[in-house]
Design a protein around this ligand. Sequence first.
Ligand code: NI
Ligand code: MN
Length: 228
Amino acid sequence: MTTKLTWLGHAAWLVEHSGARILIDPFLSGNPTASMSADQARADFILLTHAHGDHLGDTVAIAKRTGAPVLSNFEVSVWLGNHGVENAQGLNPGGGAQLPFGRVTFTRADHSSSFPDGTYGGVACGIVLQLDGLTLYNTGDTALFSDMELFGRRYRPDVVTLPIGDYFTMGPDDAVEALRLLKPRHALPQHYNTFPPIKQDGGAWASRVQRELGIAARALQPGDVYSL
Ligand code: NI
Ligand code: MN
């Protein structure tokens, strides 16, 4: 069964699997690299790694328009409920839920998580998606941490999406080390080139990952689709 990953720019992804459209961190309005507008976004489920504006993005508008359930950490789910999202489900690191398309597990991420107005947004998370025949690990915004080695053994991700931007998250060098620990078959960079402080050469990074680790890595352009 084919799974399609579309990079929408920054940390926003559309995962299409078995007829389900799973939108992750849909920051489209105000994202200078977004490949679609919030009005065009279609979703059956929305997954959020944390509360920062460049991840929360257009979640409220898209959830209200589509009726898609939103899965996030507990504090973000309460905030979404207070902002009119009817089906906000609050999980937390280590917890997961079985959904029609597979299992979603929230994991540790080393990062902060506040709302755009500065209020507390729980802890930042990564997300493991265990689909039929394919496991995807989106690290979310994070630093490198050694538990990634454990995640590699525990979840055996086929594909990892991870930040390489530096400044707010791990940069290119630490992202290579993360992949050395995780040992996926495929790697896709995110969270770079959106704003000046996180400018990076994605193509050079992907070549290095391929050369040093033998992992298929590709720097997508916003709007590009990666099929697995
Ligand atoms: Ni963040
Ligand atoms: Mn971010």
